[in-house]
Write a protein that binds this ligand. Structure first.
Ligand code: M6R
Length: 604
């Protein structure tokens, strides 16, 4: 995925564009560029590498303009070179375009335009867009009409922003990739995501698929592709700009790990009443899930691990549930019947694989629900209903606080569904809710006393890292391994504890530390599996309460406070997040922007 920024206003656009790109760098960081109207025409600067490299080139010689567009890229077509960086222009540099998404018919468009004499200088699909606009201008269409015709010719998913030489406007269109307009007293912003301009305004308008926005110094016009006005009322986002900075922390990931007491408190605020054992998921009154008898959860990566956690909570509540990888859904989806609820779990709400599964479920007639961190995201709009996890902006590519909030919301959803399902078995809400209310404080205590940095230092030279867990500890073992490999670049795997002996045990040596997660459920069995690894020489780092039997066997210990078995895994997960973070820090990895990855993946 990539990040788009645009600015139309009275002041210099360059600073806004560059700070917007820095705020969006989590969306892609292999090249970046800006284009401005400088009074004489369109001027473009673009570079492979990070926004900091672009910044140096923008000041030398100085670039000026009040209207501009910018882009930070995560390559899909062509390597991250200067040529492939956005903005792309037509051959006369009268049109500049930035784009996020995939133009599926670009090869066809490119060959037709080439036959008419257009010369292309990049490997990207995006470059066909400015050439198409140029083509329609040459055909005699005006700027707006040429833009609409060009957009109409595109197939695939896109968020596009274009500038045409001499006109003080940005033309934008959305189909399948997010775009949001920010409005502030004579200043207008356009971006893939709100944090790009949050320091300037919290008044936003989310574009819908099929929308065209024309941003001019005197206002924004929203229409459909045919030019008919559409009503897009402004909304106020309640994210604090401070939240989008690193504050006292060296990395966003560490800040976001430490934000979990606050983000979880926000997640549950007003939603649980431990005193009268009730749950109030706004918009889901008692009875709102009447008739739902099966749940399919679709998600990718960390969100898939949260979905797995949610599916276990649902099954325990008596609701048959399955977590499915969204990218496998089209080839392995179980049947959708009356009574099937499909829940898409996605931090960003923009993951292409998850959107595709959601749309497939919708086409099959399922009732759909999105659990997301981004209220106006595509997944929230595509689904029949949505629930916001309220974790606040997450910038580090490695998902941390959003996993905890997703898992908690899915556990609450399990209780709500069980209460409505005729044959639902109510589970232990009397002890679960007080445990949940205490979770933020317990995480706070864990963060203050964690020895994860010392554990990381002790094992940072190991060959491979194994994480094992049972029940709710299993998704956390998978998540521990994903986090570890994602930011340390070291080999790590997560297994169900009982699976170790069915194959992976062959890999266990004194060079492969094993991290067993003890949640208080069938710990004796997990202990036995741990012993099997220890006997083969594996160092053991037990993730468990202080007085747990596993500490006698283990070489080292990551403490989790005593809590409900249904919540212990979430505490263990925080310790594992910290171990990964500190190991990656010792290895001097670019923790917030691991190589080859992007915060949200908008291609299938
Ligand atoms: O935005 P989503 O939750 O849909 O993203 C899904 C995955 O790409 C994401 O969870 C990814 O695995 C994490 N960055 C890993 O830390």
């Amino acid at each position: 995925m990539c990040g788009i920024i645009g600015h139309v206003g009275t002041g210099d656009a360059i600073e806004t564009l560059l700070s917007g790109l820095e705020n969006l760098e989590y969306r892609g960081y292999d090249s970046a560029g800006v284009a401005v109207q400088n009074g004489a025409g369109i001027e473009v600067r673009k570079r492979s590498g990070k926004v900091s490299e672009l910044k140096a080139s923008v000041g030398n010689p100085g670039l000026e303009g009040r209207i501009g567009i910018g882009h930070t890229r995560w390559s899909t077509h062509g390597p991250p070179t200067d040529e492939n960086a956005h903005p792309h222009t037509d051959s006369t540099t009268d049109v500049a375009v930035v784009h996020n998404g995939i133009i599926e018919n670009y090869a066809d468009l490119k060959s037709r335009l080439s036959e008419r004499g257009h010369e292309f200088t990049s490997d990207t699909d995006t470059e066909v867009i400015p050439h198409l606009i140029q083509h329609y201008l040459e055909e005699g269409y005006g700027n707006e009409s040429a833009f609409r015709h060009a957009i109409d010719a595109l197939e695939g998913s896109y968020a596009v922003a274009a500038m045409l030489s001499g006109e003080h406007a940005i033309y934008a269109a959305r189909q399948g990739s997010p775009l949001v307009v920010g409005i502030d007293d004579g200043e207008y912003f356009l971006a893939s995501d709100v944090p790009a301009f949050l320091e300037y305004t919290d008044t936003v308008v989310y574009l819908e698929d099929g929308d065209v926005a024309i941003v001019r110094p005197d206002g924004v016009e929203f229409t459909n592709l045919d030019g008919r006005p559409v009503s897009r009322p402004p909304e106020t986002v309640d994210w604090d700009p401070e939240q989008t900075g690193k504050g006292e922390y060296d990395h966003f990931m560490l800040k976001e790990i430490h934000e979990q007491p606050t983000s979880l408190a926000q997640t549950i605020e007003g939603r649980i009443q431990p005193d009268n054992a009730s749950i109030d998921l706004e918009g889901f009154e008692p009875g709102s899930f009447d008739g739902i008898d099966t749940v399919q959860l679709v998600a990718c990566g960390t969100s898939y691990h949260a979905a797995l956690f949610g599916s276990l909570a649902l099954n325990r509540a008596g609701i048959p549930a399955r977590a499915l990888l969204a990218n496998e859904y089209s080839v392995c989806s179980p049947p959708v019947r009356d009574g099937t609820l499909v829940v898409a779990v996605s931090q960003s709400g923009e993951t292409a694989d998850t959107l595709s599964a959601l749309r497939a479920a919708d086409a099959e007639g399922a009732r759909t629900l999105t659990v997301t961190n981004v209220v106006g995201s595509t997944a929230a709009r595509v689904a029949d209903e949505s629930i916001c996890i309220r974790a606040g902006p997450e910038i580090g590519v490695a998902a941390t606080k959003t996993f905890s909030s997703q898992a908690v919301i899915l556990a609450l959803l399990a209780h709500r569904l069980a209460a409505d399902a005729s044959d639902g078995t109510p589970f232990d809400i009397e002890s679960f809710l007080p445990g949940l209310a205490a979770l933020p404080d317990r995480i706070d205590g864990l963060l203050a006393s964690s020895n994860a940095d010392r554990i990381a230092r002790r094992y940072v030279d190991a060959e491979s890292y194994f994480f094992i867990g049972r029940g709710l500890g299993f998704p956390v073992a998978l998540e521990g391994a994903l986090k570890f490999k994602e930011i340390t670049y070291e080999h790590a795997e997560g297994f169900a504890s009982g699976e170790l002996k069915h194959g992976p045990l062959a890999l266990v040596t004194p060079e492969t530390p094993v991290f067993p997660v003890f949640t208080g459920e069938e710990d004796e069995k997990t202990l036995k599996n741990t012993e099997e690894a220890a006997t083969r020489g594996a160092p053991v780092v037990a993730v468990c309460p202080d007085d747990h039997r596993a500490t006698e066997l283990a070489d080292a210990h990551l403490e989790i406070p005593e809590t409900e078995p249904s919540l212990a895994a979430l505490l263990a997960n925080v310790q594992l997040q910290l171990v990964s973070y500190h190991a990656a820090d010792l290895l001097d990895r670019p923790i917030d922007k691991p190589r080859n990855l992007a915060k949200s993946v908008t291609v299938e």
